[in-house]
Ligand binder design. Structure first.
Ligand SMILES: [Zn+2]
Length: 249
């Protein structure tokens, strides 16, 4: 089983007095569901802090109430309504330049204010673009709207604000739309441990099957208390004086 690869990578880091940082982002949160309960119980069972990317235009008070008792959960802004405005035949996007930029700006301002008002200290001024896509002209608007971080998928790129990305996606979007092969994901995580940087794990609780929950249990079981890694909240990582330089330690 390739979870050995991850364990060995972490063992090597620990042997050199080093560690890698993991963080967890879960997307498309709108309302309390059994799937959300399962996800929160899986992460919470190992004391793994999570950032929920909440869709402001589709959520409300019931989610606020559900999350009141969750200690290790932060809230980020997941676009506005998670609608695809791209033309047919183009990959889905809400934050491309398919509408007047003023409209997009107003939505992103409204989403920020709504979630900041509801979640207070647990609100993170970080934008998670739906489908992990955003036009550079929209990114350029973010600092003036109060956002101080952006989170997409894949390698971080230089830009006008801090980037805290995800790198391991647990869902096989182009195939089964269920959990990806666990061995592949353990191998990816092990490779990321070797290349350095903060490692973001991306989940979508609404479509998790047993394979995803099983993988997360195994991943958290291996990593939660290993001296070669730390799970940190997104706020903790972003506020670290060494970030993003510490991505490379
Ligand atoms: Zn999404």
């Amino acid at each position: 089983m390739t979870e050995r690869l991850l364990i060995e990578a972490l063992d090597r880091l620990a042997a050199h007095g080093k560690h890698v940082t993991f963080w967890l982002r879960d997307d498309d949160c709108v309302e309390p569901t059994a799937a959300l309960d399962t996800f929160l119980a899986t992460a919470g069972g190992h004391h793994i802090p999570a950032t929920l990317a909440v869709i402001p235009g589709r959520t409300g008070a019931s989610l606020v109430r559900r999350l009141e008792t969750e200690r290790d959960v932060l809230i980020a802004v997941h676009g506005w309504s998670h609608e695809n405005h791209g033309p047919q035949g183009v990959k889905k996007r809400e934050l491309g330049l398919d509408r007047p930029i003023e409209t997009i700006r107003d939505e992103l301002r409204q989403g920020f204010e709504l979630l900041a008002g509801w979640y207070g200290k647990r609100f993170l001024p970080m934008l998670v673009p739906p489908w992990n896509r955003i036009d550079a002209a929209v990114t350029a608007l973010l600092p003036a709207l109060g956002y101080d971080a952006l989170s997409t998928f894949g390698p971080e790129k230089p830009g006008p604000l801090k980037m805290l990305n995800t790198h391991v996606d647990v869902i096989d979007w182009h195939g089964t739309r269920g959990g990806r092969d666990a061995d592949t994901m353990f191998a990816e995580a092990a490779a990321l441990c070797i290349s350095g940087g903060v490692i973001g794990v991306l989940t979508h609780h609404l479509v998790h099957d047993g394979a995803v929950t099983d993988f997360l249990e195994r991943l958290f079981g291996i990593t939660a208390k290993h001296p070669g890694c730390r799970w940190r909240s997104a706020a903790d990582i972003l506020s670290s004086p060494a970030f993003p330089a510490d991505q490379k330690t």
